[in-house]
Every structure is written in structure tokens, then in C-alpha cells.
Design a protein around this ligand. Structure first.
Ligand code: AQP
Length: 336
């Protein structure tokens, strides 16, 4: 009975690229929710290193960052006994389904993806086909696991909608094959902005490290970054249109302390931005300290990490293989 109930649980899938150091944006927009969701759902989380090579990566650095990102998601509370946590390139079904789904995705659809346009602009000398078809690989990541819910930040909404469209199209043409996934976008923290330019998203690959808070930054660095955060010329801590810097800091403060915007406005009534920025920096540093500690302990035990990602890949592959076999059958590939 207990097993049957477990089988009926909804499935959650999400991933993170080891394309740089993981930021507070990645954490508040996605990873923090991953931990909570594992209490209620069957969760599958991946370090999506295949996505990361759509932008040039130094191979040694990518390898190192992949393990670090894996350790970091465990440090953020992903329990490899409760959830499946694996590295994307270890499960070859991701590459295999990618081809089939590419044949069910239109050129025009991919041309409309804003992330492709942004990243092409940022990397004009390397607009490779992988960057263009990135959303197809992402659709495969999700659909392979018959995913119900995908917890992501708002920047991934367009890709998620495309994954839904691909699933609906495939199901319509080849018969019911995929669960059509829904997005799970948090109410607060879905788009954390750069501290240096609060009109831009905080991003791992931002060349300006002042704008980005990394989860593993030491407390004094975190506080220093918040102290130099760009704000505005009036003096009021309140959430209002046009106050991008303060709005961003209020969002971050609210996410790590659980306080509402009204409570924050009340707390800093009559105080200057200096006090507010220090309070946000301190709260973030305190919030992240136990994660950093756990991360250091995990990185000191490479054998444990290897065991976790090996078992994670085996479990993921078992599920992925079932879906891939179904897909191959539906498109008419002769079985071996
Ligand atoms: N600034 C952000 N605020 C809230 N959520 C964010 N996410 C990313 N940036 C923010 C969410 O984090 C998850 C993992 O992101 P990803 O690794 O797939 O890559 P990304 O979305 O392209 O994030 P980055 O940090 O901007 O990476 P680069 O610089 O390599 O492109 C996703 O759920 C994402 O929504």
C-alpha cells in the first residue's frame, strides 16, 4: 500500500548548469525550492553539464565545477536518499531523446527564444547549433521523467512553455507518450537582479563579480557586495516601481528572513540605505553559512559524492530508458 502511494506521487524535475559559480539568484529562484519539494514529491535533480557546453567552457574547469555543483545541491538540502540527484552526461538517454524531439520542434519556435538571442549577443563568435537547440535538450530532460512539475526561475519560463508545446505536439501526432509538465515559479525570488545593475538578472556568467553573490562567498565578501549594491537617490526603504535596486534587496531580505515587505518597510523606517544594505548582507551571510559548512564537509569526502552520483545516474537511467523505448516505438524505430 505504502509503495502504491509513493508511486502516485507527482514527479518534479529540475536542473542547474555548472557554467560558473552558483549564485544567490540560482538559489532563491530554484534550488531552495528543490529542497522543500522533496518532502511532497518524487524529485529528480540534475547538474546539466551538457547544457553548459553551449557556451565555451574550459574542460578542466567544467569537470571541477560539475562536482562542486553536485556537492553544493546536496549542501543546499537535496537528500540523495529521498531524491534522485545525478549528472546529465552520465545518463545517455538525454542525448538520445534530444534527436527525436529536435525533429518535433520547429525552427521558427527556436528562433523566438529570448535566451538564444541574449546569449548570441554575448557570444557573437560562437553562435553554435547547440545554443540554438538548447531548449530541445531541456525539453528532453523534463519529458524523459514524465515530469509533472518543473521548479525554475522566471528566465526559464519560455523554455518550459516550449517543452509543453513539444510534448503536446508529440502526443497529438504519435499518441499519448509524455506527461505535459507545469512550471513551478516561486512567488518571491523568481528573478533576482544583479547588485551592480539591478535592471539585469543576476547571472553566473556575469563577468562583473560585484553584481553577483555566490553561495560559497565568505561572509565578509557577501556583506561587502551588499554594502556596495546600487540603489537610488531617495532615502526610503519601500517597494515601489522605479526603485529596482531597493526592490531587489527587499526581495532578497524577504526570502532569507521570511519577513513581508510591510514588515521590512516598518523595520527600516527613518533609517538610511547603509543600515538596510548591511542588514540584508548580514542576513544573507547568516543564511548561507550552514550551506557553506556542509559543502566543505562534502567536498572533503569525494568517495561519498561519487557513490551518490553513480547511484543517482543508475536510478535516473532506469526511468529515462522506459520513456525512450516508448518514444522509439512510437516513431517506428525497429527494435534491436
Ligand atoms: N537571477 C535569477 N533569479 C532567480 N532564478 C534564477 N535562475 C537563474 N538565474 C536566476 C534559475 O536558476 C536555475 C538554474 O539556472 P541555469 O543553471 O539553468 O542557468 P540560467 O538560467 O541561464 O542561469 P544563470 O545563472 O544566468 O547561468 P548562465 O550565466 O550560465 O546563463 C534555473 O531554474 C533558473 O531559472
Amino acid at each position: 500500500m505504502e509503495n502504491q502511494a509513493a508511486e502516485r506521487k507527482k514527479i518534479v524535475f529540475s536542473g542547474i548548469q555548472p557554467s560558473g559559480q552558483i549564485t544567490l539568484g540560482n538559489y532563491l529562484g530554484a534550488v531552495r525550492n528543490w529542497k522543500q519539494l522533496q518532502e511532497e514529491y518524487n524529485c529528480i535533480y540534475s547538474i546539466v553539464n551538457m547544457h553548459a557546453i553551449t557556451v565555451r567552457q574550459d574542460p578542466a574547469e567544467l569537470k571541477k565545477r560539475t562536482l562542486e555543483a553536485y556537492a553544493l545541491i546536496l549542501a543546499c538540502g537535496i537528500d540523495p536518499e529521498k531524491s534522485i540527484a545525478f549528472i546529465q552526461s552520465h545518463v545517455k538517454e538525454h542525448a538520445e531523446i534530444n534527436w527525436v524531439l529536435a525533429c518535433y520542434t520547429q525552427f521558427g519556435e527556436l528562433s523566438r527564444m529570448t535566451q538564444f538571442k541574449d546569449k548570441s549577443q554575448k557570444n557573437p563568435d560562437n553562435i553554435n547549433a547547440g545554443l540554438f537547440t538548447y531548449p530541445v535538450l531541456m525539453a528532453g530532460d523534463i519529458l524523459l521523467y514524465q515530469t509533472d512539475l518543473v521548479p525554475v526561475g522566471i528566465d526559464q519560463k519560455q523554455h518550459l512553455e516550449l517543452a509543453r508545446d513539444i510534448a503536446i505536439r508529440f502526443n497529438g501526432q504519435r499518441g499519448n507518450t509524455f506527461v505535459v509538465p507545469d512550471g513551478y515559479i516561486p512567488k518571491a525570488g523568481a528573478k533576482i537582479m544583479s547588485l551592480a545593475d539591478p535592471t539585469k538578472k543576476m547571472s553566473k556568467s556575469d563577468p562583473n563579480p560585484r553584481g553577483c553573490v555566490y553561495i560559497l562567498d565568505p561572509p565578509e565578501t557577501i556583506i561587502k557586495k551588499f554594502k556596495s549594491a546600487v540603489t537610488d537617490s531617495d532615502m526610503e526603504v519601500c517597494y515601489r516601481e522605479g526603485k529596482d535596486g531597493i526592490n531587489n534587496l527587499m526581495t532578497i531580505y524577504s526570502c532569507v528572513t521570511g519577513k513581508t515587505y510591510e514588515e521590512i518597510e516598518e523595520e527600516f523606517k527613518g533609517k538610511g540605505y547603509g543600515d538596510f544594505k548591511l542588514a540584508v548582507g548580514t542576513a544573507v551571510a547568516e543564511h548561507l553559512a550552514p550551506i557553506r559548512e556542509k559543502y566543505n564537509a562534502l567536498m572533503a569526502d569525494k568517495a561519498y559524492l561519487e557513490k551518490c552520483y553513480t547511484e543517482g545516474a543508475e536510478k535516473a537511467s532506469r526511468i529515462a530508458r522506459r520513456t525512450l523505448e516508448k518514444v522509439y516505438k512510437k516513431v517506428g524505430f525497429l527494435p534491436k
